[in-house]
Unconditional design. Structure first.
Length: 195
């Protein structure tokens, strides 16, 4: 039988690198998983202000793992891969929420309209990118929504729809339906010629 203490101290540096990576992005990765189960935006956002601290720990632990196992070991590479992708997940989800990464060629599937109606919505209470993503998913699930962008940074969203289908109150209600704690207000609404 292997000694348990040797085993755990052996593992600890990369396990911790992954753990701090996960913590630094908990309101993102953990929340995205919770989103799948329709669990509303949980309290992980309290960890968001500590993100720089977790990120520094992650960096230190990665460097430690490299120095201990060498850059070429499988263990180091796996640690690097997992902890870096965890740590950078809020940025990646942010790009997705802002419509800068698309998962499919929506534009070719959606009906080509000459005009689109734009709603600019102020949404107070978004606590992280994982929660912002939940709101975007709600917008995108509506049949006449062409595109939506949710900005965690300035607590707002831009929703593009096929004109004449929705009123401001509809948009505001959708946000309330995601979570009652959100204060949504359409601050601008206009028709734009796309082509
Ligand atoms: C929020 O920021 C984005 C760019 O980051 C901008 O396009 C959008 O208009 C801003 N929203 C508001 C309400 O200022």
């Amino acid at each position: 039988m292997q000694s348990k203490s040797t085993l755990s101290s052996d593992k600890s540096s990369y396990i911790w690198a992954i753990t701090t990576g996960l913590l630094s992005s908990s309101c993102c990765i953990i929340q995205l998983v919770l989103n799948l189960f329709s669990i509303s935006c949980a309290g992980f956002s309290i960890l968001t202000p500590y993100r720089p601290i977790f990120l520094s720990f992650t960096t230190i632990l990665i460097l430690y793992t490299i120095s201990k196992y060498g850059i070429n070991s499988k263990r180091t590479l796996v640690t690097l891969l997992i902890s870096l992708s965890l740590s950078s997940s809020p940025e990646i989800v942010s790009l997705y929420n802002q419509g800068r990464i698309t998962t499919s060629s929506f534009s070719s599937e959606r009906p080509l309209t000459k005009e689109i109606e734009i709603f600019i919505v102020q949404i107070n209470g978004i606590s992280c990118e994982g929660c912002a993503n939940r709101i975007k998913t709600q917008f995108d699930s509506k049949p006449f929504v062409i595109d939506s962008k949710v900005y965690f940074n300035n607590q707002s969203a831009i929703v593009s729809v096929i004109p004449g289908n929705y009123k401001s109150i509809d948009i505001e209600t959708w946000v309330k339906m995601v979570d009652f704690k959100y204060e949504a207000k359409v601050i601008q609404q206009y028709i734009e010629n796309k082509y």
